[in-house]
Design a protein around this ligand. Structure first.
Ligand code: TYD
Ligand code: MG
Length: 425
């Protein structure tokens, strides 16, 4: 616990108010009288970024890019700045690097422009004055944690200060119609609460994620006032910067052995986000009579239950088998929709028969061997489709009321044995 001095409240409340009301109508209006133009968007030249933004940048929007330190946020922003500076004046404010450091990075990224202004500064008053003078088309703030408001007493990076800085930026974005990208460092699980608390203030929240030990990075929309939140963009970090990955399915299957048995892919929801995870199972004859079941990233009791259902309803003799289960990639899965994939991977290992690498499984398993309906089926299927999967087995009851995207076969299954027959032949 860290004690924090709260900033003077008068100023705080006015800025916050103005931030939400700035540039908008102040009187209640009947909805049918409200006029609007469909938001014009400018394309960034990075298709993956356009996609996560809902088709391009909406001018005057405030966009938060969150992610772990070192994941590549500054790199992404500098590349985006380079793109945007082809059509407008861009101000890149960095509180973390000097102009020459930015230049060095820009050289490596092959970014060069007379319209791109770099500005190593952390004082929000100076930054505001500069924006007023310069009238840039877009501003990058790298990062929100390093920005300061000298009048405020609280420490740089404190929650109160981050909120104030964001309110200031919101004012500029809405008042002057300048698009602002704000970088925020977050650690996994939101340990640094800062950027988390400002998610509700900004228009769009993107998360840049990935494993520091691997070169792939995923850009996800967590919130978007101007588009869908089901989008993701995939990049690869190379020595000359981030490259778009147009066919991401390969990565997700990259470490998966072809024809391996005991592996099944599930589309699991992580909060509101669908993620594809491989569930691995290794089933071997038990040596000491007492069969063991271990599970990493999965609930062990749930695994025992699924094995019992497999035994009773699908005729697999599992009682004298040891089973080791694992959700690959170190994730923790705890929703019922992973049951079917868990069952398929166990059966696959037991029968020594592999699943198709372009197939995935979604469904909850009931005790009578029925496959039960799950939530957000559309989102799951479109994520699987986006990642190049060709077929997905879903609960038969989930088929009504929506149209699956073209290019992916959606097969409804009602029972476990039906699913196993389709998956393992
Ligand atoms: P950076 O954008 O500084 O991360 P963040 O702003 O999110 O903290 O990226 C840091 C890492 O990216 C750094 O460890 C080196 C790597 N990197 C490359 O691999 N290739 C490149 O071209 C660049 C610029 C960085
Ligand atoms: Mg950085």
């Amino acid at each position: 616990m860290v004690e924090e001095t709260v900033a003077p409240t008068v100023k705080a409340s006015t800025t916050t108010l103005r931030a939400t009301a700035g540039g908008r109508s102040v009187k209640p209006e009947p909805l049918d009288k409200v006029s609007f133009q469909s938001e014009p968007r400018f394309k960034t030249g990075m298709e993956e970024l356009n996609r996560v933004l809902g088709g391009g940048v909406v001018p005057g929007s405030l966009i938060l890019i969150g992610g772990d330190p070192g994941i590549g946020k500054s790199t992404l922003m500098l590349q985006v700045s380079g793109q945007l500076s082809k059509t407008g004046k861009i101000l890149y404010v960095s509180g973390e690097e000097s102009a020459s450091q930015i230049k060095m990075r820009a050289e490596r990224l092959d970014v060069d422009s007379s319209q791109l202004y770099v500005f190593p500064e952390t004082d929000m008053n100076v930054i505001k004055a500069t924006i007023n003078d310069m009238k840039p088309d877009a501003v990058i703030i790298d990062s929100v944690q390093t920005m300061q408001i000298p009048e405020l007493q609280s420490a740089t990076g404190s929650v109160a200060k981050i909120r104030e800085v964001t309110a200031d930026l919101m004012n500029i974005a809405k008042g002057q119609g300048i698009t602002i990208f704000v970088v925020g460092h977050v650690t996994k699980g939101g340990a640094i609460a800062g950027p988390k608390i400002l998610e509700h203030m900004v228009d769009t929240v993107l998360y840049f994620e990935g494993d520091l030990h691997h070169s792939y990075r995923i850009l996800r929309t967590v919130k978007n006032r101007f588009g869908s939140t089901n989008e993701l963009g995939v990049f690869e970090m190379l020595t000359d910067g981030l490259h778009e990955v147009t066919n991401p399915s390969e990565i997700f299957l990259e470490e998966r052995l072809k024809d391996a048995t005991g592996s099944a892919i599930v589309v699991s929801m992580e909060g509101t986000r669908p993620i594809l995870v491989e569930i691995q199972a290794l089933v071997t004859a038990s040596v000491f009579g007492n069969a063991t079941r271990t599970a990493t990233g999965l609930d062990r009791n749930r695994v025992s239950l699924i094995m019992a259902v497999l035994e009773k309803r699908a005729g697999l003799l599992l009682q004298n088998q040891d089973a080791y289960l694992k959700a690959a990639g170190g994730v923790k899965l705890d929703e019922p929709a992973i049951d079917l994939a868990t069952a398929v991977s166990i059966a696959s290992s037991y029968k020594n028969r592999g699943t198709s690498p372009t197939e995935c499984y979604v469904g909850e398993l009931g005790l009578t061997g029925e496959i039960r309906r799950v939530t957000r089926i559309e989102q799951r299927v479109s994520e699987a489709h986006k990642l190049g999967f060709k077929r997905v087995l879903v609960p038969a009851n989930n088929l009504q009321g929506w149209t699956p995207p073209t290019g992916i076969e959606v097969v409804g299954v009602a029972t476990l044995s039906q699913a196993l027959k389709l998956a393992l032949g």
